[in-house]
Design a protein around this ligand. Structure first.
Ligand SMILES: C[S@@+](CC[C@H](N)C(=O)[O-])C[C@H]1O[C@@H](n2cnc3c(N)ncnc32)[C@H](O)[C@@H]1O
Length: 217
């Protein structure tokens, strides 16, 4: 895709898809806490001090990551998500945890709302880069907001994950679903982030997800 933003039809599809699943994400977080991939991501982020830091969580879902960091003493967090359902549940968690005064939420495509979002010390993109087609613009706009750490998870670059994603995409296209995930060149993604002035400081993986944490040079 050569234009700068996602189409309205994609956004509607992603909103309705993830809003439908938001109750399940919330139930899982309430019952089991962080997923394995999220624990690894935070392990990478904690190589630096998070106390008093400003967090930006892009594709934040129900807020598991930034709510955890706020509980650990981060100053403030902004959660951005295309899905209204996800944001509604993240906001509710922040109220229940008594930290709503330090959490701000924005419903929208990050690329489109980026201008209205403050800079962050730590930016998180957990399993969201595979939900967005124009990955170069997403990476460029989000790294531009990041003063220090840039942490993300993406599907592992292996045959099993590639076939699983491509099968899902083909199925969704055949049945004309409004939303489907995207398979990108993950090696190139890493190089792009490095070329934007970041150094890889942490790398780990679950069987399905690759976790990378970069630090601004
Ligand atoms: C697979 S879910 C992961 C949610 C959460 N990070 C987690 O791991 O529990 C991906 C989320 O990213 C959001 N998303 C994808 N691209 C986005 C973008 N450009 N701006 C804002 N949200 C985005 C989707 O709406 C969805 O809620």
């Amino acid at each position: 895709m050569n234009c700068c933003c996602a189409t309205n039809s994609f956004k509607e599809g992603a909103n309705s898809f993830f809003s439908r699943y938001s109750a399940m994400y919330a139930r899982r977080f309430r019952k089991h806490g962080l997923e394995r991939v999220q624990k690894l991501l935070l392990q990478g982020v904690r190589t630096e001090q998070v106390l008093d830091k400003e967090i930006l969580d892009i594709g934040c879902g129900v807020g598991a990551l930034h709510l955890t960091l706020l509980n650990e003493g981060a100053a403030r967090a902004t959660g951005v998500d295309i899905s209204e359902g996800m944001i509604e549940r993240a906001r509710k968690f922040s109220i229940d945890l008594g930290i709503a005064d330090r959490a701000a939420y924005v419903v929208g495509d990050f690329v489109e709302v980026a201008e209205t979002i403050r800079e962050s010390d730590v930016t998180l993109l957990d399993k969201s880069v595979c939900c967005y087609e124009d990955i170069d613009t997403l990476i460029r706009t989000s790294t531009a907001k990041t003063k220090d750490l840039y942490a993300l998870s993406h599907p592992r670059q292996n045959l099993f994950m590639e076939l699983a994603f491509k099968g899902h995409i083909a199925f969704a296209r055949f049945f004309k679903w409004k939303f489907h995930p995207f398979w990108h060149d993950w090696k190139k993604l890493r190089e792009n982030i490095q070329n934007l002035g970041f150094e890889l400081i942490y790398s780990n993986a679950t069987p399905m997800w690759q976790v990378l944490v970069f630090k601004r040079n």
